[in-house]
Design a protein around this ligand. Sequence first.
Ligand code: NAD
Ligand code: UFG
Length: 337
Amino acid sequence: MIFVTGGAGYIGSHTCVELLNAGHEVTVFDNFCNSQREALARVARITGKSVTVIEGDIRDGVALRDALAQCQPQAVIHFAGLKAVGESVEQPLRYYDNNVHGTLTLLQAMAHAGIKTLVFSSSATVYGDPQYLPLTEDHPLSATNPYGRSKLVIEDMLRDLYRSDPTWRMGILRYFNPVGAHASGLIGEDPQGIPNNLLPFVAQVAVGRRPYLNVWGNDYDTPDGTGVRDYIHVVDLALGHLKALERLQKQPECRAINLGTGVGYSVLDMVQAFEKASGKPVPYQVASRRAGDIASCYADPLLAQALLGWRAERDLAAMCSDAWRWQNGNPKGYASD
Ligand code: NAD
Ligand code: UFG
C-alpha cells in the first residue's frame, strides 16, 4: 500500500495510475484545494482498480496519524503542496504554512507510525538562476521566491532528518517542467482560472478558450530569444516515482535526483509543436519579460539513469498530442462532465 498525499492533483493522479498498473494498492490523502474528486474516478476508470480516498489536510496531524495507522503503508509519496510562484510572492505565509508546516506535520506523523520511506516532489526551481547547464544535482541551491524557498526548506529538513536517523529512505525528486496527459485523454492538468504555465495556456488557446498566447519576452540569450525549458511528459515523470520507490526498497538514503529529459525547448518550439499536434493555430504576441523568469533551464538526467534505471521515453510530439487529447475531450477540465 502506497500513501499518496496530493494524489488527486495533476502529477499525483498520473502517478496513481502507474502505481495501480504496477499492482500497488493506493490510498490518496488530499484536501482537494486544487483538484477534483472526479480525477480519481477517472484513475479508477483507466486502471479498472479502485483508489481509497481520505479527504484531509496534511497540516492536520491527528487526521494523518489516524490515516497512517489505518493504512499501514509501506511508503509515502508526497505531492501535496501549493505551487503557484506568483501567488507565493503575494501570500508567503500561506505557502510556508501549507508546504513547510504541512510537510513537517507529515514527517512527524510518519515517524510516529514508524513509516520511514518517502518520495518527495521537489522542483528544478531549487537551482535558482542556473550558473551552468545542464543542471546537475550538485549545482548550488538557491531560491528566488517563497514557493522555491518552501521546497528548499523542505529539502533541508529531509536531509537533517536523515542525518539524525539514517534508517530513513528518502527520494527527493527535482522535477523539471511536467506537461502532457495520460494517453487515454481521461486525466490531465486542470488549472483553475488563468493558467500560469505555458502548455495549459497554449492548449486553451488552441481549443478557443483564449484568443492568443502572451510570449513573455523574446530577448533572452537563447536560440530564438524565448525562454528554454526541459519539458517532461507527466507519464514519464510518474514512472520515475515507481523507480524511486524500487530503489528505496533496497537501501536507506536521502538523495536528490533530477527528473528531466536533458533537452530544452523554447516557447516558440512549443507553440509550433502544439499547432502540429492539434491542427489548430496558436496565435501569439510578444510581451515583456515575466518577473523572476530565467532564460534557460534543463536537466542533466544521467543520475536518474544511473541510480534509478529511468529515463524519459516520450517525445515532444507525444507531450503535445496527449495534452491536446485531454484538452479537446475536456475543454473545461473535469468540470466538462
Ligand atoms: P496540483 O496542485 O495539481 O496537486 C497538488 C495536490 O495537493 C492537489 O490535489 C491539492 O488539492 C493537494 N493539496 C495541496 N495542499 C494540500 C494540503 N494542505 N493537504 C492535502 N492536500 C493538499 O500540483 P501538481 O502539479 O500535481 O504538483 C504536485 C507536486 O509537485 C507539488 O508539490 C508541486 O510543488 C510539485 N511540482 C510541480 C511542478 C509542476 O510544474 N506541476 C513542478 C515541480 C514540482
Ligand atoms: N511562458 C510564456 N507565456 C505564458 C506562460 C509561460 O511565454 O503564458 C514562458 C515562460 O516565460 C517560460 C516558459 O514559457 O519561458 C515556461 O513557463 P512556465 O510558467 O510553464 O514554467 P516555469 O519554468 O516558469 O516554471 C515551472 C513551474 C514552477 C517551477 C519552475 C522551475 O511552474 O513551479 O518550473 O521548476 F518553479
